[in-house]
Design a protein around this ligand. Structure first.
Ligand code: GLN
Length: 612
């Protein structure tokens, strides 16, 4: 079969939903709502399921494209509109947030506060419909329809037949409105308010729409497909909270206990459920239980929540593994090429450096653990680096704790350096508290700074101390006259910052020893002439010593970072000197071998530390 004829694999979540649907299909108890004659026309066998993710993927099975009226599931969305229009305090005057434990169409009111108990029961929803903004019925109706359309990401219509059917048989809701009116809980024309309420219940959606509407709530109010905001980020948690405590009629408490997902159900047989930050779930099948919830939709949601442990309070302890590993500076070195004398000082004292490699999300609990680990490390080592490169999303709580750490460690003994602090406004306080001197773009430069501090503290040659030719590993332990002869042969070359000392691809026909200054080894990376620094070299370091072994071409650029002086010996000169002095040849070969062995040993030590 040609490749393009292979049918695309079905998404795993779709086959999963098929399984859930098959498992719940046998549930045939309950009855289609018939108190609104139009609703009684629904086919009881309809059964659709859909999940939409906060990045806009939709998985849908069964009768997922069957239109139905949204009914009570409109309530949380319209409540959000009221919150965004009037603000929390003002809305609270009209409707509370207390569960009733009574039927959705009960006439029960919160008499103490003279308002309906919550916006998820009819009384509260009617109070909220009264708050739909706009001049006149048509404009307010349009505002409501526009709102629901923004959640769905497409233009939704009102089923006028259902609307009229609701209106003609809405005696119960008229009674509720009359009670509220009498108690002065409702301002305005009750008929218009009820018509708005019946209209919002009659908006037509499919399971796919409803999953996206729920995903919009999961996504902090922004439709994940269109990127259009339907609800402010500030009101989104308020809407979810009320759904969680009151969304499932007088089954809300048990639903919370058993399923534990903010949800709303409607008498057409639909449920919309939200896993905040992750997904929206929609289930639809018209047969209802005694309370008025779809039998199959409840069973399907229960099953999904159970299968994936989605109950909002089923939260595993988070944050243990925030410290990926702790490395010591005697095992892991920066890419700086230190001279032998510096290397032995770092072998002896590098243990004073600790690198804390953080990983995962930085939220309150994980950041707190990281702060604790950093504080403990500061008790053991004089130089601590907090490497945040592998951290994932970092929230405001994580940033606040780390800013506190940065502030508390700005003075006092030892140093705490920060590498890879996340960009973004949340982290501005961390950057400010750390100060430029403690912020490093990467771990290597932070490590090099710690190594330099250790060398300075232990009176080892400091990084920028000029070094004679004999300080280099290649020329060490040569008899004084031999070294003097080499020195006499060497050309002195000076480079300004930015000068290319050695260019990749050029013939490797000389060995350079840095006497003073600083340089870095750079590799071109990607387009646009960008390069990455792979190593740093200072006085006592050499460039191109391997050319003595194999000639060939330069493998990378070496660029001066500061005014730099090098002693340059051509390989021709070195070879002719070696030919005339076999002991020089032996010494250089031995030094090269020893240097390579030391590098290999260091590499192994580092690999062991990294693999541990
Ligand atoms: N329109 C319906 C009513 O008020 C909505 C009820 C519901 O879905 N629970 O009766």
């Amino acid at each position: 079969m040609p490749l393009d004829a292979v049918p695309p694999a079905r998404p795993a979540l779709e086959t999963y939903l098929e399984e859930v649907r098959a498992a719940c299909l046998g549930l045939e108890s309950g009855a289609v709502a018939d108190y609104i004659p139009e609703l009684a026309k629904a086919d009881p066998s309809w059964f659709g399921l859909a999940i939409a993710t906060t990045d806009g993927a939709v998985f849908a099975v069964g009768d997922c494209d069957q239109p139905f009226t949204i009914q009570s599931v409109s309530k949380p969305f319209v409540y959000g509109l009221a919150l965004d229009t009037l603000g929390r305090a003002q809305v609270m005057k009209h409707v509370g947030v207390e569960p009733t434990g009574a039927a959705f169409n009960a006439t029960l009111m919160d008499e103490e506060n003279n308002r309906p108990f919550n916006p998820m029961v009819n009384a509260g929803a009617i109070a909220v419909s009264a708050l739909i903004p706009g001049e006149g019925y048509a404009a307010r109706r349009a505002a409501m329809r526009d709102l629901l359309s923004r959640y769905a990401g497409r233009e939704l219509a009102i089923d006028e037949t259902v609307f009229h059917s609701e209106r003609d048989t809405g005696e119960r809701n008229r009674t509720i409105a009359a009670i509220m009116r009498q108690a002065r809980m409702l301002d305005g024309d009750p008929d218009e308010i009820l018509d708005l309420y019946f209209s919002q219940c009659s908006v037509t959606v499919t399971c796919r729409d409803l999953a996206l509407m729920a995903a919009t709530l999961a996504n902090g109010g922004v439709n994940p497909r269109t990127g259009v905001r339907a609800l402010s980020a500030q009101s989104a948690p308020d809407v979810l909270t009320v759904m969680n405590s009151c969304g499932m009629y007088n089954y809300a408490g048990e639903w919370s206990y058993e399923v534990g997902i903010p949800a709303k159900s409607g008498v057409s047989g639909c449920i919309a459920a939200v896993i905040p930050g992750q997904i929206g779930i929609a289930a639809f099948s018209p047969r209802l239980d005694r309370v008025g919830n779809s039998v199959r939709a409840i069973a399907a949601c229960k099953r999904i929540a159970e299968d994936f442990g989605l109950h909002v309070f089923k939260t595993p302890p988070r944050g243990e593994s925030v410290v990926r590993r702790t490395l010591r500076g005697d095992a892991v070195r920066s890419k700086r090429q230190w001279s032998p004398a510096q290397q032995s000082a770092l072998d002896a004292y590098g243990g004073e450096i600790r690198i804390l490699e953080a990983q995962g999300g930085l939220f309150f609990a994980s950041a707190e653990r990281l702060v604790r680990a950093a504080t403990a490390a500061r008790g053991e080592a004089s130089h601590v680096i907090l490497d945040l490169r592998r951290t994932a999303e970092a929230d405001a709580a994580g940033a606040a704790l780390l800013a506190r750490l940065a502030r508390d460690t700005a003075t006092g003994p030892g140093s705490l350096l920060f590498a890879h602090v996340p960009a973004g406004d949340d982290w501005a306080s961390v950057r400010a508290a750390a100060g430029a001197a403690r912020l490093f773009a990467d771990r290597d430069s932070a490590l090099e700074a710690c190594e330099a501090a250790i060398l300075a503290a232990h009176a080892a040659p400091a990084p920028d101390d000029p070094a004679p030719l004999g300080a280099a590993a290649l020329f060490r332990a040569l008899p004084a006259p031999t070294l003097a002869a080499l020195d006499a042969r060497a050309r002195r070359m000076r480079f300004a910052p930015g000068d290319v000392i050695v260019r990749e691809g050029d013939p490797a026909d000389s060995v350079l020893a840095i006497l003073s200054g600083a340089a870095s080894v750079r590799l071109a990376a990607g387009e646009g002439g960008r390069s990455v620094r792979i190593a740093a070299i200072g006085p006592g370091g050499t460039i191109g010593e391997l050319a003595l072994l194999d000639g060939g071409v330069r493998s990378a650029d070496v660029v001066a970072d500061a005014p730099t002086t090098c002693a340059v010996l051509s390989t021709d000169d070195l070879r002719s000197l070696m030919a005339g002095d076999p002991s020089l040849a032996r010494a250089l070969t031995a030094n090269l071998a020893r240097d390579l062995a030391a590098r290999l040993r260091a590499a192994n030590r580092e690999i062991r530390a990294l693999e541990a």
